[in-house]
Design a protein around this ligand. Structure first.
Ligand SMILES: Nc1ncnc2c1ncn2[C@@H]1O[C@H](COP(=O)(O)OP(=O)(O)OP(=O)(O)O)[C@@H](O)[C@H]1O
Length: 376
């Protein structure tokens, strides 16, 4: 799917006018504070159900307003369409609105209310590349779990419910461990449930991760980026998988009771990214770290593409940290992937410079001014 139409109401400084986008590349440029990131943020809402830059919904509602709305029109996208041109016919309509005084976000797909975010989010896999990407290499393990789980969610339909079940069982188990005095029989019952759902979740993660790593290795071999030689990316399941999780839990009962929470399992998983045995955050430059994460995200895009799913990349401020050569390399890889891409920059970007003279893919260019998108 590709997002070919966007309309917002009371979303930051954005104008309520509907905008048509290309299912291929969309280049947005404009001065600081013009609203470029807000456009990406609104699109991100449709794929993630939240802002990728702030934790509170209040921040995005226009100052003085109680409620904001984001509406998106999706078409089949480039992977499944014969033509690059957006047709007037939309394949799906997705919408989200939030009254900031309420706890619930209202979600709609094709005119019907839906309760679960995954029912909406699975239509639009969005991958954000903004200053937060450094978290994937330098942040806490949770950031890397989010990274891999995003792909698993889009590849394996049963993952979302297994993940939710695992969170519920873990929290029950943590309550019991915190309690100290416990009924050993009852803990064994919870452990059996926890081990079963954890193994299920971990095997889905492992399967997607294996596909991801194959795509990633292929990508870096093809690009011949010298500084990636010696790079190793591995998935740590959250326990030593040479043993079953049930055995690991039984063997560490005392330790878990002492700590008062679960120490082994999928909530401890991590994607370990090492360069010659050391964390890349200690070795790679900022530009190399950012390029690395973008390549990892492109590799995820390749995995989804194999399942017939097209990713919408939101690349905020392409100039930050990336030199001309890396910008061009990434723009060309994104083109080869056949995905939809939104790129923002302060200056009007040069398409010749990104793709080479006469080599630019189909694109639309917008000048963003005071929350309005003016197509050039
Ligand atoms: N809740 C809000 N209501 C109204 N306006 C807002 C709200 N939140 C932010 N703004 C304003 O909306 C504008 C949008 O900012 P945005 O971050 O999208 O700009 P940008 O074009 O990405 O800028 P930069 O190049 O500096 O990153 C800013 O001028 C900001 O002050």
């Amino acid at each position: 799917m590709a997002l070919v139409k966007l309309q917002t109401q009371n979303f930051r400084n954005l104008s309520p006018e509907a905008v048509r986008f290309s299912p291929s590349f969309n280049l947005l440029f404009g001065a600081n504070g013009s609203g470029k990131t807000s456009v990406l943020e609104a699109i991100g809402y449709l794929g993630l159900g939240r802002s990728f830059r702030v934790n509170r919904h209040q921040a995005v509602a226009r100052h003085g307003e109680q409620k904001f709305t984001v509406f998106g029109g999706l078409d089949q996208g480039r992977l499944n369409a014969d033509s690059d041109q957006a047709s007037e016919e939309l394949a799906h309509r997705v919408g989200l609105s939030r009254d900031i005084s309420q706890k619930e976000t209202a979600l709609r797909v094709d005119g019907e209310s839906v309760r679960s975010l995954s029912a909406m989010a699975r239509h639009l896999p969005v991958s954000v590349i903004d200053p937060g990407v450094f978290d994937v290499v330098a942040g806490a393990p949770g950031k890397r779990r989010q990274f891999i789980d995003w792909a698993v969610f889009h590849v394996e339909p049963s993952f979302a419910s297994a993940w939710q079940q695992c969170q519920r069982v873990t929290s029950q188990r943590n309550k019991m461990l915190r309690n100290g005095r416990l009924d050993d029989g009852l803990l064994k019952v919870w452990d059996a449930q926890y081990a079963a759902v954890s193994e299920r979740l971990t095997s889905a993660r492992h399967e997607t991760f294996t596909q991801f790593r194959t795509a990633f290795d292929h990508l870096i071999r093809e690009l011949e980026v010298s500084w990636t030689e010696g790079l190793k990316v591995d998935l740590y399941a959250g326990w030593d998988v040479s043993q079953s999780l049930a055995d690991v839990l039984a063997g560490h009962r005392e330790q878990e009771l002492k700590m008062g929470h679960t120490l082994y399992g999928p909530n401890r998983a991590d994607v370990r990214i090492k360069f010659q045995g050391r964390p890349v955050s200690e070795t790679f430059s900022r530009g190399q770290q950012k390029t690395l994460v973008i390549l990892m995200k492109i590799a995820q895009g390749m995995v989804l593409a194999e399942k017939g799913k097209q990713v919408t990349f939101l690349l905020d401020d392409i100039n930050a940290e990336l030199d001309d050569e890396h910008q061009a390399m990434l723009a060309q890889r994104l083109q080869a992937l056949g995905c939809q891409v939104f790129i923002t920059s302060i200056q009007r970007p040069s398409v010749d410079h990104l793709w080479g003279r006469g080599m630019a893919p189909e694109y639309r260019m917008f000048h963003v001014e005071h929350g309005n998108l003016i197509e050039e």
